[in-house]
Design a protein around this ligand. Structure first.
Ligand code: NAD
Length: 434
C-alpha cells in the first residue's frame, strides 16, 4: 500500500520506517529540513535501537522516501498524522497548532476514499473536529493512537500489544484498510479494537494516566518510607507478587519524564476541566506533584550527602536522557536534578551514552563528559539518575571507588544493591530506602 506519514519525529520516523519494513511504500513528510535530510540519507536523527537498520534498508529498497513537500502525500491510501502535541506555553493543555497545520496542509491533496489516520496524542474531541474538516474532501478520518515506548519503538510498532482504531459508525471498508496496513500484526492475532473516536482518544491518555499513577503511587510510598525507616524496594517486591498489582512500573526513584507522560496527564486534566469533569481526574494533579517532588528529594539527598556544602564540589551525574535506551531529554528528571545542583554552585559533570548532544543544546551551562571514568574521577558524590546498563549493571562499586574522591552515591533509581556498595566502603543513599 502507499502510505504517507506526516511528522517524522520519534513516532513518525519509526512509523514510516517500520511500515516500509513490512512491505508498504511510504513517504515521510516533515517541516524540519535537517531531519528530512538525515532521514533521506538513511540516518536516524535520534537514537532508537533498531531504527538505523530499517531506515537504511527501507531507503535502499526505494520503498521509503522523505520530503518536506506535503504534495508528496498525493496518491497515498492512508495518511498518518504523527506531529507533536506539546504542552502549551504557560498552560497545561495540549498545543494543537501542529496537528491543525498538518491537517490544513494535507487537505488539498486528499482524494475521495483516502484515509487520514491520527496517531498523535490529542485531547478527546479533537478527532470529531478534524473529521468535519476532512470529510468534504471525500476522505475519512480514523483515530489510531500510538502506544510505542521509546527504546523499544521499532518492536512496538511492528509488533504492538494491541491496535486501536476509532471510526465513525458503519466504516467497515476503512477498518479493513487499517487491517491491511497492519497486516503482519493482524496475522499474528494482535488484539484489534474498533471503537468510536472518543474512546480511541481516551484509551491513549487513560493508559498514560494509569502508568503515571502507578509510578507516583510507589513514589508516594517512598515518601512515607523515608520518614518511617521502611524500604520501598522491599515493599514494591512484596505488593508486586500480588498479580492484581504486579511489580512492573513500581520502581521508586526520581520519577517519570519525557515527551509523553508529564504533558499527557496535564493535558488530560485540562481537557477534563473543559468538559466539566475536573474532579474525575483531580488525582492526576497529585500524581504530577508527587512526581516533581521526587526531583526535589534527589537534590536534597545530594546536598545532605555533601553536608550542606555544595559549592565547587564535584558531582558526577550518571545519565541525561529521561530514560535508558533513548537520547530523548524532554522533561528529563536527570537533567533537572543536574541543573539544580549546578544552580547551587556544584561543579556538575554529566555523562550519558547517547543524550549528551541533545542535553548540551538545551542546558549549555552544564559540563558534559562522554567517558564514565572521567566523569567519576575526583567526584565528591556520584548521582545515578538514568538507569542505563552501563551504570546500573556494568559499574562496580570497586571500580567507581578507585576513581572518586569520596565514596558517596545517591541512587536516584534504586538500581544498586546498597549492601554491596556499603561493603565496598560507600555511603549509600537511595530513594525511599533506609
Ligand atoms: P516529535 O517532536 O519528536 O516529532 C514531531 C514532528 O512533527 C517533528 O519532527 C516536527 O518537525 C513535525 N511537524 C510539526 N509540524 C509539522 C507539520 N505541519 N507538518 C509536518 N511535520 C510537522 O514528537 P513525537 O515524540 O514523535 O510525538 C508525536 C506525537 O506522538 C505526540 O502527540 C506524542 O504525544 C505522540 N506519541 C509519542 C510517543 C513517543 O514515545 N515519542 C509515543 C506515543 C505517542
Amino acid at each position: 500500500m502507499r502510505l504517507s506519514v506526516i511528522g517524522c519525529g520519534y513516532l513518525g520516523a519509526v512509523h514510516a520506517a517500520a511500515m516500509a519494513s513490512i512491505g508498504h511504500e511510504v513517504v515521510g513528510i516533515d517541516v524540519d529540513e535537517a531531519k528530512i535530510a538525515a532521514l533521506r540519507a538513511g540516518s536516524a536523527p535520534f537514537f532508537e535501537p533498531g531504527l538505523s537498520e530499517i531506515l537504511t534498508s527501507g531507503v535502499a529498497s526505494g520503498r521509503l522516501t522523505f520530503t518536506t513537500e506535503m504534495a508528496a502525500a498525493s496518491g497515498a491510501a492512508v495518511h498518518f498524522l504523527a506531529v507533536g502535541t506539546p504542552q502549551t506555553t504557560g498552560g497545561h493543555a495540549a498545543d494543537l497548532t501542529f496537528v491543525n497545520a498538518a491537517v490544513e496542509g494535507l487537505l488539498p491533496y486528499l482524494r475521495p476514499g483516502d484515509i487520514v489516520a491520527g496517531k498523535s496524542t490529542v485531547p478527546v474531541g479533537t478527532a470529531a473536529r478534524l473529521a468535519a474538516l476532512i470529510e468534504p474532501t471525500g476522505a475519512t478520518l480514523v483515530w489510531n493512537p500510538e502506544f510505542l515506548r521509546e527504546g523499544w519503538a521499532v518492536q512496538d510498532t511492528v509488533d504492538p500489544d494491541r491496535l486501536v482504531v476509532g471510526v465513525t459508525a458503519g466504516a467497515t471498508d476503512v477498518v479493513q484498510t487499517m487491517k491491511d496496513v497492519y497486516h503482519t500484526a493482524v496475522a499474528k492475532g494482535t488484539p484489534f479494537i474498533v471503537t468510536d473516536y472518543a474512546t480511541a482518544e481516551l484509551v491513549k491518555v487513560a493508559a498514560n494516566a494509569f502508568l503515571a499513577t502507578k509510578i507516583s503511587f510507589i513514589n508516594a510510598m517512598a515518601e512515607v518510607a523515608e520518614v518511617t525507616g521502611a524500604d520501598v524496594t522491599q515493599l514494591a517486591d512484596a505488593i508486586g507478587f500480588d498479580q492484581r498489582i504486579g511489580r512492573r512500573f513500581l520502581g521508586a526513584g526520581i520519577g517519570f519524564g519525557g515527551g509523553c507522560l508529564p504533558k499527557d496527564i496535564r493535558a488530560f486534566t485540562a481537557r477534563a476541566e473543559e468538559l466539566g469533569r475536573a474532579e474525575s481526574v483531580g488525582f492526576l494533579r497529585e500524581v504530577d506533584a508527587i512526581n516533581l517532588r521526587r526531583r526535589d528529594r534527589a537534590v536534597q539527598l545530594v546536598v545532605g550527602a555533601l553536608d550542606g556544602v555544595v559549592f565547587q564540589k564535584k558531582v558526577a551525574v550518571l545519565g541525561a536522557a529521561f530514560k535508558p535506551h533513548s537520547d530523548d531529554i524532554r522533561d528529563s528528571p536527570a537533567l533537572e536534578v543536574a541543573s539544580r545542583l549546578k544552580g547551587l554552585g556544584a561543579d556538575v559533570v554529566v555523562t550519558d551514552p547517547q543524550a549528551l548532544e541533545n542535553a548540551a543544546r538545551v542546558h549549555p551551562q552544564l559540563t558534559y563528559e562522554p567517558s564514565l571514568d572521567e566523569t567519576l574521577r575526583g567526584a565528591d558524590v556520584v548521582v545515578l539518575v538514568t538507569e542505563w546498563d552501563e551504570y546500573r549493571r556494568q559499574l562496580t562499586p570497586e571500580h567507581a571507588g578507585s576513581l572518586v574522591a569520596q565514596r558517596v552515591v545517591v541512587d536516584g533509581r534504586n538500581s544498586y544493591d546498597p549492601a554491596l556498595w556499603r561493603a565496598a566502603g560507600w555511603t549509600y543513599y537511595g530513594m525511599g530506602r533506609p
